[in-house]
Design a protein. Structure first.
Length: 478
């Protein structure tokens, strides 16, 4: 008998997977899939960690830079939010080189600050609606001490004074404010790489420093700032239109995939905005995040741009069209459909419902009859013509009868591009009709009156039609 242990025939090896199943060797494709899934999980983890870190980092920046705004109204849950966006012209933020550029004479160096631009942003989360209303900086509003003053001058008394002035005028509660100064505007514009603007002609303005050839030009830094600030090329209404265009172009850049999907750009913009843009302490990161989520599909074309319906006056003030302004702000306050007031060429007044008396305030014979014929051809109703109380009027004046100030303002735009407006004096002994035109030596019978129809220029938003003499648009998007 042999002592060797008998060897049993080899049989199938039983694996945990079941009888007779052999272990499969991993294929190359399987290894790639597992690595990709593992990488995605790692990326997701990094994104979450980075997102949390970015949130707390940003919140710390935002909370640290916020300042108190006693006049700002508390934000009610689900109620529309009104944010006052200001462009400050303070020279205090400028270095010596910039001071020499923006204030070469030193006249404004110690003059405090005024608001270069005043815009009320009305955001209604429930209706997913956003409306911006620009206030002309020379808008005439009541002064606390009596009389009137320009609305931008309140800023020199502090943010609360301007917040209160905007609230008193509009009737809307101002919940927050944001301030952009010279430096912050240039910094943020440069961070986004500037915007492209097309000029129909060469533009050179020594006051603002704007110097651009005709064609499509990239605006950054000082040139971008000059573009939104220049006043002497057109008017304050033109400046509002340029700021509107610039905001649209900037929004398109911020919302573009190249910015939103680039974490480095997003972090850079957040840091720049938090460090350079002033705001009230109540405008925290949670409020910003909530709005961002609600309006994540928003684009620049969804933003409704308006301007306070108004007309410029020869004395330097801009006077609001009371009826239109009240209707516009009431609709925003009550959540009703917004009327078309504040858009170019939209007015509750036209030539056909203005009845006027034309008086000759000069020694030139037949002037009143000639003006009457010109205005009648434009659709106005002329009640009568005659001579004024005296014949030494140097400037043409349009007087209004009680309750007809808006009609007189509208008519004034048709005479010399904007005649002086005031209440009718007793010396003229006129009580009927809407307005009394007293022609002065500055009126030329051969002058071509502006058209009474709305201007075709879509770049100049306004209240009543023809806020100023016709201006050809000299800028647009590329």
């Amino acid at each position: 008998m042999s002592n060797e242990t008998p060897v049993r025939p080899a049989g199938p090896v039983v694996r945990p997977g079941g009888p007779g199943r052999r272990r499969l060797r991993p294929t190359r494709r399987g290894r790639i899939i597992r690595r990709v899934l593992g990488s995605l999980a790692l990326i997701a983890l990094v994104v979450v960690i980075a997102g949390v870190a970015l949130f707390f980092h940003t919140r710390a920046l935002v909370d640290r830079t916020g300042v108190a705004c006693p006049a700002c109204a508390p934000q009610q849950a689900e109620a529309p939010m009104n944010v006052l966006v200001l462009g400050s012209d303070s020279r205090a933020v400028l270095d010596p080189q910039d001071l020499q550029h923006y204030d070469p004479t030193g006249a404004d160096r110690h003059s405090g600050q005024r608001a270069d631009s005043i815009v009320l942003l009305h955001v209604d989360p429930t209706a997913a609606r956003a409306v911006t209303i620009a206030f002309p900086r020379d808008l005439r509003v009541p002064s606390p001490g009596g009389g009137f003053q320009k609305i931008n001058s309140f800023y020199n008394q502090g943010i609360s004074a301007l917040v209160k002035a905007v609230h008193d005028f509009s009737g809307l509660p101002v919940n927050h404010y944001v301030e952009v100064n010279f430096n912050s505007f240039r910094t943020i514009t440069n961070a986004l790489g500037g915007v492209n603007v097309r000029f129909t002609r060469k533009v050179l303005d020594t006051d603002s420093g704007l110097n651009q050839p005709a064609g499509c030009n990239l605006l950054t830094g000082d040139q971008a700032l000059a573009f939104v600030r220049v006043r002497h090329i057109d008017s304050d209404y033109g400046r509002i239109a340029r700021q509107e265009l610039f905001v649209k172009l900037m929004m398109d850049k911020v919302l573009s995939a190249g910015t939103v999907l680039n974490p480095q750009k997003v972090v850079s913009l957040i840091n720049l905005a938090a460090s350079n843009v002033g705001h009230d302490s109540g405008l925290g990161l949670s409020t910003m995040s909530s709005l961002a989520l609600r309006f994540r599909h928003f684009s620049s074309s969804d933003l409704d741009f308006r301007v306070v319906p108004s007309l410029p006056q020869p004395d330097g003030y801009v006077v609001a069209n009371t009826a239109q302004s009240t209707a516009l702000f009431t609709a925003l306050r009550t959540g009703r459909q917004i009327p078309d007031y504040g858009k170019q060429g939209v007015s509750a007044i036209d030539a056909s419902n203005v009845a006027a008396t034309i008086l000759n305030g000069t020694k030139l014979a037949g002037v009143a009859a000639q003006a009457s014929a010109a205005l009648t051809a434009k659709g106005y109703t002329v009640l009568r013509t005659g001579n004024a109380d005296r014949s030494d009027y140097a400037a043409t004046v349009v007087y209004y009868t009680p309750g007809n100030q808006e009609k007189a303002q509208f008519l004034a735009t048709q005479l010399l591009g904007g005649a002086q407006v005031g209440p009718v004096p007793a010396a003229l002994n006129v009580s009927n009709g809407d307005a009394v035109v007293v022609l002065g030596m500055d009126y030329s019978p051969n002058a071509k009156l502006p058209r009474a129809s709305p201007s075709a220029n879509p770049l100049l938003p306004a209240g009543p039609p023809v806020v100023e003499p016709a201006v050809q648009p000299w800028f647009s998007a590329c």
